[in-house]
Design a binder for this molecule. Structure first.
Ligand code: GMT
Length: 380
C-alpha cells in the first residue's frame, strides 16, 4: 500500500473532481491519501479514515500584493511528506501545483529524502494558461521535471507535445466514473424527477462551472428551440461567471419559467439519472467529465466535436457531436432524438455500456496504481 499526497484545485472544476474521486477510490483500495490544498475538496466531506486533509494557509503581509500560495503549498507538501512519510505526490493541474511539488522534492532531497511527483494535465493548464507566454517556460520546465506525467485524453497528449515541444514520456489515463454510484435506479429517478418535471415534459440538463469556454448561452438557445416544439424543462447545474448571462438570456427568450438554475450541487449522481439529455456545447473539452458521468447514468450528450469529446462519444451511437456554435443543428438533433423514444433508449443504453466498458473506476484506478509503482521504481 502507498502513501500518496494529492494536490488539486478544491473548487468545482473538473480537475478537482477527478483528483478527489481518485483519492477516494485509492483510499477504498487501502492506500493512505493526504489532500494538500487551500480548502477541503467539496466531494470529500465526511469521508473515511484513510483520507486526510491538510489545509495550506497563506499568511498575508502588507508587502505582499500577491500572497505566495505556491510557496506556502511547497512548504506544506514537504512537511506533510516528511511527517506522514509519503511515497509520492500527485498534482492535478500543472500551474502552480507541479512547480510547488518540484520545490518540495528539492527541499527534501537536501535532507536525503526522495519525494517523486506525478503531474496530471487536465486541459486549460495546457491549452489556455500553460500556453500563455507568462507561464509557458515554467510550465514546460515543471512538466519535464515531473517524475511522471499523465493526461486525460489522446487529444491533450498531442496538444501538450505541440505546445511545449516536449519529448518526455506522457501516459494517457482517461478520466473515470464510479459505475456503481453513477447508475440509473429507475424508481429513485422517477421519484426525484417528479420534483422537477411533469410526466409529459422532457428534461434536459447542463452541468459546468459556467465559464465562457462552456458556451452556456448556446445551452439556453438550444433549449429555447426544443421548448418551442415540445413540453420541456432544463436544469442548469453549477455556477460561475456566465450564470447571470444565461439567466438573462432565458428571461429574454421567455423560457425562464422552464429553466431551473440549481447552483452547485453535491449529489450529482442522484440528479443526472432523472434527465433525458445532457447539453454540452463547449468551445473546448479536453475530456468532458460531465458527459461521462451522464453516460454512466444512461443520459446521452449532445455536444461539440472538440478536443477529447470524439474519443469519449461515438457520434450517433453514444451521443451526438456537432461543430462549435451549431445551435440549430444541435437543437434539431435534440428534438429528433426526444421524439424517437426507441433511438433515445438505444443511445442511452449504449452510453452506459461504453462508460462501463472503458471508463469505470474499477478499470482506471489500477492504471494509476501501476503508474505510481513504475514512478517509484524509476526514481529509486
Ligand atoms: O474546463 C473546466 O471545466 C475546468 C477544467 C479543470 O481543470 O478543472 O476542466 C478540464 O478538466 C476536466 C477534468 O479532467 C475535463 O473533463 C475538461 O474537459 C477539461 N476542460 C477543458 O479542457 C476546457
Amino acid at each position: 500500500m502507498m502513501k500518496i499526497g494529492i494536490t488539486c484545485y478544491p473548487t468545482y472544476g473538473g480537475s478537482g473532481v477527478v483528483a478527489t474521486e481518485l483519492g477516494i477510490e485509492l483510499a477504498t483500495r487501502g492506500h493512505e491519501v493526504h489532500f494538500i490544498s487551500y480548502s477541503q475538496p467539496f466531494r470529500l466531506a465526511g469521508r473515511e479514515s484513510k483520507i486526510h486533509f491538510h489545509e495550506v494557509s497563506v499568511s498575508n503581509y502588507p508587502l505582499f500584493e500577491f500572497p505566495p500560495y505556491d510557496l506556502a503549498l511547497a512548504t506544506h507538501m514537504a512537511e506533510v511528506a516528511e511527517y506522514y512519510d509519503l511515497d509520492l505526490l500527485h498534482v492535478h493541474y500543472a500551474i502552480p501545483h507541479s512547480v510547488s511539488a518540484m520545490l518540495a522534492r528539492q527541499m527534501l532531497a537536501r535532507a536525503g529524502r526522495r519525494l517523486p511527483f506525478v503531474t496530471t494535465l487536465h486541459g486549460t493548464d495546457i491549452t489556455l494558461v500553460g500556453a500563455d507566454r507568462a507561464y509557458l517556460p515554467i510550465t514546460r520546465y515543471a512538466i519535464d521535471e515531473s517524475d511522471g506525467v499523465t493526461v486525460i485524453s489522446d487529444y491533450l497528449r498531442q496538444k501538450t507535445v505541440e505546445t511545449f515541444g516536449t519529448t518526455r514520456e506522457i501516459a494517457v489515463i482517461p478520466n473515470f466514473v464510479n459505475c456503481d454510484i453513477y447508475v440509473r435506479n429507475k424508481a429513485a429517478a422517477e421519484q426525484l424527477r417528479a420534483q422537477y418535471a411533469r410526466k409529459d415534459e422532457r428534461l434536459l440538463v447542463h452541468l459546468s462551472n459556467f465559464r465562457p469556454v462552456k458556451r452556456v448561452r448556446d445551452v439556453i438557445e438550444i433549449f429555447a428551440r426544443v421548448a418551442r416544439k415540445m413540453p420541456a424543462r432544463l436544469l442548469m447545474v453549477g455556477d460561475g461567471p456566465d450564470r447571470s448571462v444565461a439567466e438573462w438570456l432565458a428571461i429574454q427568450l421567455k423560457i425562464h419559467d422552464r429553466v431551473h438554475f440549481l447552483g452547485k450541487l453535491d449529489s450529482i449522481h442522484e440528479l443526472l439519472p432523472i434527465a433525458d439529455l445532457m447539453l454540452m456545447p463547449s468551445e473546448l473539452e479536453s475530456f468532458g467529465l460531465a458527459a461521462l458521468e451522464a453516460m454512466a447514468c444512461e443520459v446521452p450528450t449532445i455536444g461539440t466535436a472538440v478536443g477529447g469529446m470524439p474519443e469519449l462519444i461515438e457520434h450517433d451511437v453514444t451521443g451526438l457531436l456537432f461543430p462549435v456554435g451549431a445551435v440549430d443543428e444541435m437543437s434539431e438533433a435534440a428534438i429528433a432524438l426526444l421524439q424517437n423514444p426507441e433511438h433515445m433508449q438505444a443511445m442511452a443504453k449504449a452510453a452506459r455500456r461504453m462508460a462501463q466498458q472503458s471508463y469505470c473506476a474499477s478499470r482506471i484506478i489500477p492504471r494509476y496504481e501501476q503508474f505510481y509503482e513504475s514512478v517509484l521504481r524509476n526514481s529509486a
